[in-house]
Design a binder for this molecule. Sequence first.
Ligand code: NAD
Length: 260
Amino acid sequence: MLKGRVAVITGSTSGIGEGIARILAKHGCSLMLNGFGETEAIENQRSELARISDAEVLYNGADLSHASQCIDLIRDAEGRLGRVDILINNAGLQYIAPIEDFPPDRWDYIMAVNLSASFHTIRKTLPLMRRSGWGRVINIASTHGLVASAGKAAYVAAKHGLIGLTKVVALETAGSGVTCNAICPGWVLTPLVQDQIDTKAASEEISNEEATRKLLSEKQPSGAFTTVEQIGSLALYLCTENASNITGAAIPMDGGWLAQ
Ligand code: NAD
């Protein structure tokens, strides 16, 4: 279905980004992977996805907290893969502290990776999409792009900003063959959330299983994690022609979190 298409997926060495990369690869898409990790593990992932997709899969280790490296990532994808049709802005991280104790350097770093990086990658990618008359920008926001939780000042601010950016890009590209949407997952069991479960278990002196149950029951009525495969399937759907009139949307996948 995506044979001949090229996707750049930021933060695709782990979690949700890795899940999206796998499903796009299964549908024949060429990929530019990005994110941190062990060289050998990344090479194994890259070669496995190349085998699955039967297309070119490359890796660029850009640190997206730097604008220049965001720009280089897109240039590298265009240079080595010839085009960019799909841009998935997924790289992100969390830091939890009350605002009075929130370290300003953590604020700056999270705003850079969770918000500004998407501005830089979109800015460089849109001319390529406009040239071919087709494009899909998918920003991985969060339920925290639509509602808040205490202790997550930078994350919540950045994700709200990312949904705002999504809407502006949708308006500026409307009718051009390019769409721009945000996916808003609730809890997904990735290293980002496992860290929060570990912290909860330690601070409340409870087991990992109990901390997991409490984390889910506080926010996610279904009591189940959203899976990376489910998010990947939604991203894939947004890349189809049936989704060509969905743009500017912030689509939850959150087990009822936002219905409360
Ligand atoms: P993860 O920690 O498993 O993966 C994060 C990825 O981002 C990794 O590949 C990491 O190397 C990369 N990354 C981090 N900083 C980077 C930088 N400076 N430059 C380049 N890459 C960098 O986390 P995840 O849970 O898969 O999160 C992926 C996205 O989904 C994030 O934007 C997160 O906010 C969002 N999200 C996650 C959940 C969840 O419950 N896990 C819920 C809602 C939204």
